[in-house]
Design a binder for this molecule. Sequence first.
Ligand SMILES: NC(=O)c1ccc[n+]([C@@H]2O[C@H](COP(=O)([O-])OP(=O)(O)OC[C@H]3O[C@@H](n4cnc5c(N)ncnc54)[C@H](OP(=O)(O)O)[C@@H]3O)[C@@H](O)[C@H]2O)c1
Length: 302
Amino acid sequence: MDFNLKNIPSQKGRIAIVTGANNGIGFETTLAMAAYGFKVIMACRNLVKAEKAKFDILQKQPNADLDILQLDLSNLESVRVFAKNFKIKYSQLDVLINNAGVLIYSGKKNNAGVELQFATNHLGHFLLTNLLLELIPDRPESRIVALSSLAHKDAKIFFDDLNCEKTDDSGAAYGQSKLANLMFADILNRRLKKAGKKIVAVAVHPGGSDSGLFDEMSKATYYTFKILSPFILHSNTSAAKPSLFAALSPDVKGGEYFGPQGFKEFKGKVGIAKRSDYSKREDVAAKLWQLSEEMTNESFLS
Ligand SMILES: NC(=O)c1ccc[n+]([C@@H]2O[C@H](COP(=O)([O-])OP(=O)(O)OC[C@H]3O[C@@H](n4cnc5c(N)ncnc54)[C@H](OP(=O)(O)O)[C@@H]3O)[C@@H](O)[C@H]2O)c1
């Protein structure tokens, strides 16, 4: 099922948003999408970093059609402003790649007191998708792509401790947020189909790549990671392939979960990824959806 990057027809005239487009996998995803002819809106929280990334992409791809719009996913008001600004400039959105993410161990919260990874990785993207859905044409080429992670496998949603304050597992909150990404893509796809829509929602994980994601690790873990990563992980360019496959392949029908097929799914050709039994639970996904509606104060395909 490997994705042949060479056989993609020109996507000129189509519009994509990539969140977290300025770094790591998002940067490589944006570069590739622009090379295919998409106009790519780089949804970034830091405009200086975004301008630098745009400059770097234009060095590699001088014809890239790029726009930058500010978005801080950890702040629901910023998500609303982004959606409003996007709608002022554009009347259509063909592909939404919900790529941005944070991995932290500090227990930080956003301005509303919500644990920062759940707020950024899940809630911000939940609201963003909700607010932009009306612009997405009803056809199977229209894609909403969620970036999950291998970390979803040991995770659960702590409905009675969403900020993960009662657990001593420092990775629980990241795992929870990435599980939420996967479960949101699934239930979104089911609800789109139930509403008679052809838009495809799909989840991927990138395997492992040495991006900016791990910058907040403890120093010892970080240096071990830096030494080992060239041997066990792949490049950000390769890590972007599952997202590109999900965004572009006609084989994608919706509700799947794609990722690399190599050793421990760290790298390799794109195919169907392994997922936990918990992630398949429709009752949990429905509860997560309802909670997300309450927390964003916005109802959605219900
Ligand atoms: N790399 C891996 O091994 C790996 C494995 C599994 C899953 N993933 C997932 O892949 C996705 C991309 O991560 P990456 O590895 O490319 O990490 P990265 O290099 O750290 O890039 C993350 C991007 O998200 C942006 N971002 C963070 N917080 C944001 C916010 N509040 N609002 C808007 N944008 C925000 C970052 O912006 P700044 O530059 O301003 O921080 C950056 O552009 C994430 O969802 C991550 O969970 C990565």
